[in-house]
Write a protein that binds this ligand. Structure first.
Ligand code: R5P
Length: 294
């Protein structure tokens, strides 16, 4: 197997190549003045299985096109199998039709990637697996939560309270709890499907005097974490941290979260930022080694 370093995840791809021992293939890329994308494989993939490491954070559409072009180039140049390793899979929140006239965006993305040459997909803490059965190739999601929990254990925060900011993230908080060994709980979040506005409430949480880590899959605008932090402060939490797999942190999200009383934001390198304090390299390497030998 060879590891192709997608331009959005070149550093992570390098780490995966080092950990697996699989040779890396660099990709030259540029954006033309009119916005069109260009990619070129800088090594041979002939007769090889390849794993293209390319996340799809902002600018998502460009990142997807680059991935599709790289997959297509790999197949044209004789790759036998192309696995797209997409640490953050954008569009996964539109995993079903909520209002008449919409599409299932993530399903359409999978169809486009398959047409370009992708044969399999590996991602991390996808927002929802609901659309996976409709994908034209096998798709697998890994979990980075043990690695995020370990970060807090290393900080001496064993037994911290793991809070999910909504019911959907409760599985994440429960995974974290298994490692942290403290309590877990969740808030209730309601979203208006037309305006996108959300409201959160928190009842029966034993967080008074506790150190709390809010665990979510994605932080985008930060609204969910800000709302959760306010509730935690009102309920007397002693210290509040925020952890997520995919720290998109759009606009002034980081400032708003810190202003709301959160001490630190921790995310993975699925979206490379200064908050990416946890790397996905060991998790993805383990999966690729298993695939290569299986
Ligand atoms: C939604 O259900 C997700 O799990 C996240 O809670 C959400 O995407 C976070 O978005 P934001 O940071 O904009 O509130």
């Amino acid at each position: 197997m060879k590891i192709v370093l997608g331009p959005a995840s070149a550093e992570l791809g390098e780490r995966i190549s080092q950990l697996t021992g699989f040779e890396k293939v660099s990709v030259a890329s540029r954006i033309f003045p009119d916005g069109e994308s260009y990619v070129r494989l800088e090594g041979s993939v002939y007769g090889e299985q390849v794993a293209i490491v390319q996340t799809t954070c902002v600018p998502q559409d460009t990142r997807f096109l680059q991935l599709a072009f790289i997959a297509n180039a790999a197949k044209r140049n004789g790759a036998t199998k192309v696995c797209a390793v997409v640490p953050y899979l954008a569009y996964a929140r539109q995993d079903k039709i909520f209002l008449q006239g919409e599409t299932v965006s993530v399903e359409a993305i999978a169809a486009m990637l398959n047409a370009a040459g992708v044969d399999a997909l590996v991602t991390v803490n996808v927002h929802s697996e609901a659309a996976f059965p409709k994908f034209p190739f096998p798709a697998k999601t890994l979990t980075a939560i043990p690695f995020l929990a370990e970060y807090f254990i290393q900080k001496g925060m064993k037994r911290a309270f793991a809070l999910a900011p909504d019911k959907g993230a409760m599985y994440i908080a429960d995974q974290a709890k298994q490692f942290l060994g403290g309590e877990s709980g969740h808030l209730e979040k309601q979203r208006d499907r037309y305006t996108g506005q959300t409201t959160q409430t928190g009842k029966h949480l034993k967080v008074k005097g506790e150190t709390v880590v809010i665990f979510d899959d994605i932080i985008s605008t930060g609204g969910t974490i800000v709302g959760a932090a306010k509730i935690l402060c009102e309920q007397g939490a002693k210290r509040v941290f925020a952890a997520c797999v995919h720290g998109l942190l759009i606009g002034d999200a980081e400032k708003r979260i810190l202003d709301a009383g959160v001490e630190e934001i921790v995310s993975t390198d699925s979206v490379p930022t200064k908050n990416s304090k946890v790397t996905l390299a060991p998790l993805i390497s383990q999966e690729l080694k298993a695939q290569a030998s299986g």
